[in-house]
Design a protein around this ligand. Structure first.
Ligand SMILES: Cc1ncc(COP(=O)(O)O)c(C=O)c1O
Length: 488
């Protein structure tokens, strides 16, 4: 080159000193964010336009300072995110994330593995496979960890049902295009992701049989039998029965053992959605669930729920490795495996939908290894004990009516002094939830049970203590009394 031309800067590398400086800055921000999990409001009131206004701008054509961007991480992200690790966050099924999992996630991004096949990521694959064996042992599934880590309960349920459909097609020797003949069964409290999965797998919506529940909100086994008989007589092929070991709505555990027997009798795939509740099997009160877990064909459980992993980390265990292989293996030149050693031949893409996958195993491995199963079981027991404490407080307050509790979820409502219409009762309880959230000192998500607006508390949190439960009850009573006094 005769003339000197400025070469474009094509490297994104950071000089080590700069990386170190930013790393320290990040760690300080992470510490600040975690401290705020205790001291800040659970959620700062903010509007859509306000949040959008804080970040919206045209696509940057040239870069800006990372220090300024980190200020936005603090002022927007850290400040305005809902704090799921707050000791008085009781909404949905969200966990307080183990800080060790956060560090592991940073390391996972650093090694940046795709976790496809052993040949591409030997340690990452082996770590995930070990994690799967540990999770299998932890819940008593007993299939040596066949399965995979996925993004969460929804994908876990999808993979379980996909395998069930394969099995049903094989057994019935169905030609392609016959999925309209398959049916799946669950209670009407079954998670929406299972209904979605069945439909995406090609079953007609009407063939997703949503069965009646008993007074404890459990699937009615008589209704299941009747539906199986009717469907068979009508030429339908039952592909799977899906039960929950802890529904998202009320924590209800379906009659797992009875359903497993029915599945055996009818030769139907037995899927358990343990996305939320399965880890409770480690406690003495729920150890009984292990018997059914040991008989399930597939089981979903989410490390990012009651095993305290930061999102995302779901898991599905599949008993029959051959079925998951048949369901998900498809030939392509670029995925052909030439290794012959059984360990080295392994590929997760032969057992699941994703090709490139996040290295989710690292945070789950780190948490299980650093904390140990006994200590994690102790935290789960603590959460269950807190729910029992809440039950006792509800029972002791004549203004509070229990609406059912199980695992670490309790539902109840405030009932005013004077008799009011059902509509007014619901409105008062809605005001309680909305005021609690607006004031930011507690957070809960409501539900509706047989037309009754219910206050729903879910405790999967290693920071929550008895005083947090007492605080919540006192707040509900205070706001309830105020709402009762207002004309509505
Ligand atoms: C019982 C149950 N199943 C499935 C899911 C879906 O899990 P995810 O949100 O991780 O996809 C949830 C979520 O709360 C759940 O509680």
């Amino acid at each position: 080159m005769s003339k000197e031309t400025a070469l474009p800067d094509v490297s994104f590398d950071l000089p080590p000193e700069e990386f170190r400086r930013l790393g320290h800055q990040l760690i300080e921000l992470m510490i600040e964010t975690l401290e705020a999990e205790r001291s800040d409001p659970v959620l700062r009131p903010v509007t859509g336009p306000e949040i959008r206004g804080l970040i919206d701008e045209p696509l940057p054509q040239s870069g800006s300072s990372i220090d300024d961007i980190m200020i936005q991480w603090r002022d927007v992200l850290s400040r305005h995110s809902r704090r799921h690790g707050h000791p008085r966050f009781f909404g949905y099924v969200c966990t307080s994330a183990d800080p060790l999992g956060m560090l592991a996630d940073a390391m996972a991004s650093t090694v940046n593995q795709l976790v496809t096949a052993w040949r591409s990521s030997p340690p990452a694959i082996e770590i995930e496979r070990l994690v799967l064996r540990w999770l299998d042992e932890l819940v008593g599934f007993g299939a040596n960890g066949n399965g995979l880590l996925v993004s969460g309960g929804s994908m876990a349920n999808f993979h379980g049902l996909a395998c069930a459909v394969t099995q049903a097609e094989l057994h019935a020797n169905l030609p392609p295009g016959s999925r309209h003949r398959l049916a799946v069964y669950m209670s009407r409290e079954g998670h929406v992701s299972m209904k979605k999965a069945a439909q995406l797998l090609g079953l007609p919506p009407d063939n997703v049989r949503l069965l009646d529940i008993d007074e404890g909100r459990r699937l009615q086994t008589d209704a299941l039998r009747t539906q199986l008989e009717e469907d068979r007589a009508a030429g339908l092929i039952p592909a799977a029965v899906c039960v929950s070991s802890g529904t998202a709505n009320t924590g209800t555990i379906d009659p797992l053992n009875d359903v497993s027997e029915i599945c055996q009798e009818y030769g139907v795939w037995f899927h358990i959605d343990g996305s939320y509740g399965a880890p409770a099997v480690m406690t003495k009160d729920y150890a009984w669930m292990a018997e059914a877990f040991g008989r399930a064909d597939s089981l979903s459980l989410d490390p990012h729920k009651w095993l305290f992993a930061p999102a995302d980390a779901g898991c599905v265990l599949i008993r029959d490795e051959e079925i998951s292989r048949r369901t998900f293996t498809l030939f392509s030149e670029y995925t052909t495996i030439t290794q012959t050693d059984p360990i080295e031949r392994f590929a997760f893409f032969d057992h699941g939908l994703e090709m490139s996958r996040r290295f989710r195993g690292l945070k789950v491995w780190t948490i299980l290894k650093a904390r140990g199963a006994d200590r994690i079981a102790g935290v789960i027991q603590h959460d269950i004990d807190l729910r029992r404490h809440l039950d006792a407080r509800i029972d002791a307050e004549h203004r509070l009516e229990p609406l059912g509790s199980e695992l670490s979820i309790a539902c109840f409502r405030y009932v005013p002094e004077s008799e009011v219409s059902d509509e007014r009762l619901n409105a008062i309880n809605q005001t309680i939830v909305e005021t609690l959230i607006a004031e930011g000192r507690c957070y809960m998500s409501p539900t509706t049970l047989e037309g009754r607006y219910a206050l729903r508390v879910c405790i999967i949190n290693f920071r929550t203590q008895r005083e947090d439960i007492d605080f919540l009850v006192d707040e509900v009573l205070r706001i309830g009394r105020d709402a009762e006094g207002s004309t509505g």
